[in-house]
Design a protein around this ligand. Structure first.
Ligand SMILES: NC(=O)c1ccc[n+]([C@@H]2O[C@H](COP(=O)([O-])OP(=O)(O)OC[C@H]3O[C@@H](n4cnc5c(N)ncnc54)[C@H](O)[C@@H]3O)[C@@H](O)[C@H]2O)c1
Ligand SMILES: O=CCC[C@H](NC(=O)CCC(=O)O)C(=O)O
Length: 487
């Protein structure tokens, strides 16, 4: 199978065998072999060879390719959405929104490139001060499985726009979506070598991240892998590393007037994408007392009725499956461990069929669990912590090494201002779901969630470096010479 795109040619892999499976039916959707170290070398060489010509093209020419790519994605929305649904398990309606985000990324990246890394000039003394930006060169992009189209696209589009060449290594769990995306780039007329696709898992990732021929790596994935990459890049200030990682995101609920609005917002925060978004609420902080009890009773009732099903089922489910049987088993195990350590199941997460990765939403009260682990459980399992007093809720929200998203549901502006002042996260929302961040804003976290290189609207910043210059058409002597110098 020709599964890698290197130097403008499709070719079979020479590394380990790979398969992607429908997480519900277990049908094989894609199979092939990962890229070997020699294929990684070849792809890096192709990208290096293509770089100077691609970077020398005018911005308008590069924009032309990007716009044709967006048009291709749009024309193939149904095919792409189906592939996303099949490989990830997410419902078709949601997969279609992912394709829309991919299309929208092009216009947003162009706007952001112009605003944040375009050209500026103005008089400075008898010269002109000029600010321009240059691409880094050859960059690797590593994608996660949960948004196999949109999130790698969020690195690839601005990287190519800035004039970089790209080595794209998608998640080994979603190779088919990556292949379809690259076919759109080819249809858009991207020159050979500018974008290379290297399928593969950890081995391919390790070979690419450690390759001396790359100038940078843009990563979206788990904090575990991101930390490994950060250690690998230590002592290499010459290489740019952008890390978009996970979160253990808190959502505080204050005593609000509209309980159903709160419940709906919690459901959208915790259970969309079967809890497989980096921005999902993992910890729900609820006041002790009768009002909190009422909110939780309603939440359990609503979450218990959420439709869960195969990506193409009709009527459409709200939640599809998690990515794999292995992920489902790990989540079930995590729930069992929390229960064994003193958690109470308000709504037990279940796996109705052992041979399908469909899980129903789970809500555990973990208030009684001592020394709660600060970890991201990437699935539909929400942990409730009861609090006394708003200051304690804020302290509990901040009791994490992560810092991606944090939210407050409250009718009080004063409380939101207090929360905003003390919260430690890259996204801080008030009365809005934690998920569904806009591409027109910067997107990134602090602490274990990222390395201060926000993506989305700020991706332009890590795709190019600034070059400041003083320029003058003629070389002239200054009116006054420095003391001690005679001519
Ligand atoms: N902050 C964000 O923007 C954001 C967005 C989406 C997902 N995420 C996070 O991503 C995670 C889910 O994605 P995932 O499970 O695919 O992540 P992952 O870390 O397992 O994999 C991400 C990529 O890294 C590669 N990889 C894995 N181990 C590697 C190694 N040792 N060396 C080099 N490459 C390696 C994988 O093959 C994949 O391409 C969650 O933690 C989620 O929170 C973060
Ligand atoms: O899974 C992680 C985040 C998904 C999504 N965030 C974005 O799409 C950010 C915007 C962008 O990258 O363009 C979310 O918040 O739901």
């Amino acid at each position: 199978m020709n599964t890698h795109y290197i130097a403008g040619q499709w070719q079979p892999g020479q590394g380990e065998s790979l398969q992607s499976l429908d997480p519900v039916s277990q049908a094989v959707l894609w199979q092939g072999q990962g890229a070997s170290a020699a294929q990684v070398d070849a792809a890096v060489a192709a990208a290096r060879g293509a770089f100077s010509q691609w970077a020398a093209r005018s911005l308008d020419e590069r924009i032309g390719v990007l716009e044709r790519f967006a048009a291709c994605l749009k024309s193939r929305t149904d095919e792409l959405a189906r592939a996303i649904g099949e490989e990830t398990g997410k419902p078709l309606w949601e997969a279609a929104t992912e394709v829309n985000s991919m299309v929208g990324k092009v216009a947003i990246s162009i706007q952001s490139y112009r605003e944040r890394t375009g050209e500026k000039s103005g008089p400075l003394g008898d010269a002109t001060a000029v600010l321009r930006h240059k691409p880094h060169g050859v960059v690797a992009v590593f994608g996660p499985y949960n948004f196999p189209g949109h999130l790698p696209n969020g690195h690839i589009v601005p990287a190519l726009l800035a004039g970089n060449c790209v080595l794209f290594k998608p998640s080994e769990l979603t190779p088919k979506v990556a292949e379809l995306t690259v076919k759109c780039w080819i249809e858009a007329g991207l020159p050979a070598g500018v974008l290379n696709l290297l399928q593969g898992g950890r081995e391919t990732g390790v070979a690419l991240a450690g390759h001396c021929g790359i100038d940078g790596l843009f990563f979206t994935g788990s904090s575990r892998t991101g930390n490994l990459l950060h250690a690998q890049f230590a002592g290499r200030p010459d290489k740019i590393l952008a890390l978009e990682m996970g979160g253990n995101n808190p959502l505080i609920v204050d005593q609000v007037a509209d309980v159903d609005a709160a419940v709906y917002t919690i459901v959208q925060s915790a259970f969309i994408s079967a809890g497989q978004r980096c921005t999902c609420a993992r910890r729900l902080l609820v006041p002790t007392g009768e009002w909190g009890d009422t909110l939780l009773a309603r939440l359990v009732q609503v979450a218990g009725q959420i439709r869960v099903g195969r990506f193409d089922e009709q009527p459409a489910p709200f939640m599809g499956s998690v990515i794999s049987l292995q992920a489902a088993a790990q989540l079930m195990q995590a729930q069992a461990e929390l229960l064994a350590r003193g958690a109470t199941a308000l709504l037990a997460m279940t796996q109705p069929q052992a041979d399908a990765a469909l899980l129903t939403p789970g809500i555990l009260d973990v208030t009684a669990v001592g020394e709660r682990a600060d970890e991201e459980l990437f699935g539909p399992l929400l942990q409730v912590i009861r609090y006394d007093g708003f200051e304690n809720a804020i302290a509990e929200a901040n009791a994490t090494a992560y810092g991606l998203a944090a939210g407050l549901l409250s009718d009080s502006r004063a409380r939101f201002e207090q929360f905003w002042l003390h919260s430690r996260a890259g996204i801080v929302n008030w009365n809005k779901q934690l998920t569904g961040a806009a591409s027109s804003a910067p997107f990134g976290g602090i602490g274990a969630s990222g390395n201060h290189r926000a993506s989305a609207y700020y991706a332009a910043d890590y795709c190019a470096y600034p070059v400041a210059g003083l320029e003058s058409e003629s070389l002239t002597l200054p009116a006054t010479l420095t003391p001690g110098v005679t001519l």
